[in-house]
Design a protein around this ligand. Structure first.
Ligand code: HEM
Length: 154
């Protein structure tokens, strides 16, 4: 169960990133070209938020199963000073949760805006902020703080 969730979570990170980057690109292009907010743009907005929500659910299940998180809570005071443990026990979880909340608010606000320009603008601002938070909270292999591989295979 744990290793399956870890692989799924690792793979889904790429879906989240590609969907968000594509959404931000479409919002940027649409905003500056004064394009109509099409049904496809609306689907992109909707599916980007949905992919992020699936990653949130996988992340929560992983959080419940992870031996790193279990160790973090059973040795709380010491773990707070160990970066690998506090990263997954606290920072990664809180920052990713914040990013997904930002993304969800942005998606809901964009949906309710009256004009197409406002829809693109709202999506551009909120999705870019979510992308930034997600990007800095991923344990990249090149990170000097906490690093994990680019991908895990079943
Ligand atoms: C867009 C959101 C997220 C992205 C892109 C993301 C990405 C990642 C990546 C790339 C890893 C390393 C996987 C590996 O070792 O191969 C990871 C680990 C982990 N993530 Fe996330 N994550 C997200 C959200 C969350 C959330 C919301 C939670 C908790 C509720 C969470 C909990 C964890 C845990 C516990 C681990 C470490 C598991 C372990 O090594 O035992 N993640 N995440």
């Amino acid at each position: 169960m744990y290793s399956t969730l870890l692989v799924l979570h690792s793979i889904f990170r790429w879906l989240v990133l590609f969907a968000l980057i594509f959404s931000v690109y479409k919002a940027f292009k649409g905003y500056y070209a004064n394009s109509p907010f099409s049904a496809i743009d609306n689907k992109i907005r909707h599916w980007t938020a949905t992919i992020a929500h699936v990653q949130l659910i996988i992340g929560m299940l992983l959080y419940a199963e992870s031996p790193i998180v279990k160790y973090f809570f059973s040795n709380f005071t010491v773990s707070l000073e160990t970066i690998d443990l506090s990263f997954f026990g606290l920072y990664h979880f809180l920052l990713m949760l914040a990013a997904i909340i930002v993304l969800t608010i942005g998606s809901a606000k964009a949906k309710r805006k009256a004009t197409d320009k406002e829809k693109y603008r709202t999506m551009l601002i909120w999705f870019s902020l979510a992308l930034l938070i997600i990007f800095i909270s991923i344990p990249w292999p090149f990170s000097p703080i906490v690093n994990r591989p680019y991908i895990r295979i079943f």
